[in-house]
Design a protein around this ligand. Structure first.
Ligand SMILES: [Zn+2]
Length: 305
């Protein structure tokens, strides 16, 4: 199993006091720097190419992000989303990691991969950066699997506590992608209602604030996983956010560390059943460093087993 990361992903700063801080990735890398994870094949993430980004973003969006990269200080793209001098390279490496991981699992060089990268991606739409996200890393990986590798069925699984509005919008009428999400509602960004179906390829399971392990496992076991198994994906991509954890300061679900291991094992089962084991996961949210260390280690541990 591969671990894609890059030091440049630590060089993106979103502003003083911003929750999406370099310390998050430091916490993840620290948690994975343990005997349990010695078998991880560590690979430096390449930068995404323009072609890879243009599959999911408008040329105007690329021009805006490249043009906004400041020489010093910060430039703001959205009320929550800013760039520092290191942000552009971080964002390119984050999306590039996900595409390279797809290449590796489809070439049979690895069975599974985890991308320890930031900024996250699932709120970025075709036209806009938002919600701490500049480029939609996992969407770029899905489009890469379709267009560069000719896959016919790619599952994008999102258990971040926030709805992946960007991923949903990008694949709204793309039946080769099944997008499946559990998330808290109401919560930012406000999308993800149960009646948002796209072309029948979008499945949303909103959870009310205060939902814990039982409700989380219930929607996955009874609503989301059956759709995923029925879809028979050739590749499983995961938007792995850990902010549904009960310790997270930005949301109000009470998911436990062990639940992240549980959902990961079920997604490995899905990949083994239909996708030749091929699964690529990428870090999205998670803002309690304590929870992030534990939950991310549980996730990667379950991917390694
Ligand atoms: Zn989130």
């Amino acid at each position: 199993m591969r671990l894609y990361t890059h030091a440049a992903c630590l060089g993106h700063h979103a502003g003083p006091g911003h929750p999406e801080a370099p310390a998050r990735l430091e916490a993840v890398l620290q948690a994975l720097d343990h005997d349990r994870f010695v078998a991880l094949d560590r690979v430096e993430a390449p930068a995404a190419t323009r072609e890879q980004l243009l599959r999911v973003h408008a040329a105007e969006h690329l021009a805006r992000v490249f043009g906004a990269a400041p020489q010093q200080g910060f430039s703001r793209l959205d009320p929550d989303t800013a760039m520092s001098p290191g942000s552009l390279e971080a964002a390119l490496r984050a999306a590039g990691a996900c595409c390279a991981a797809v290449d590796a699992v489809l070439a049979g060089e690895a069975r599974r991969a985890f991308c320890a990268v930031r900024p996250p991606g699932h709120h970025a739409t075709r036209d806009a950066a938002m919600g701490f996200c500049l480029f939609n890393n996992v969407a770029a990986a899905a489009a890469h699997a379709l267009d560069a590798h000719g896959l016919k069925r790619v599952a994008v699984v999102d258990f971040d506590v926030h709805h992946g509005n960007g991923t949903q919008a990008i694949f709204w009428d793309e039946p080769r992608v099944l997008y499946v999400s559990s998330h808290q509602m109401p919560l930012y960004p406000g999308t993800g209602a149960i009646n948002e179906h796209g072309a029948g390829n979008i499945v949303n399971a909103p959870l009310p604030p205060g939902s814990g392990s039982a409700q989380f496992r219930e929607v996955w076991e009874h609503a989301l996983l059956p759709r995923l198994f029925a879809f028979r994906p050739q590749l499983v991509l995961v938007s792995a956010g850990f902010d549904a954890h009960r310790l997270d300061p930005l949301a109000n679900l009470d998911v436990e560390t062990e639940d992240f291991a549980w959902i990961t094992r079920r997604l490995v089962d899905l990949a083994e059943a239909h996708a030749g084991g091929r699964l690529v996961s990428s870090l999205e949210g998670g803002y309690s460093l304590t929870a992030l260390r534990a939950a991310c280690a549980a996730h990667v541990g379950a991917l390694l087993d």
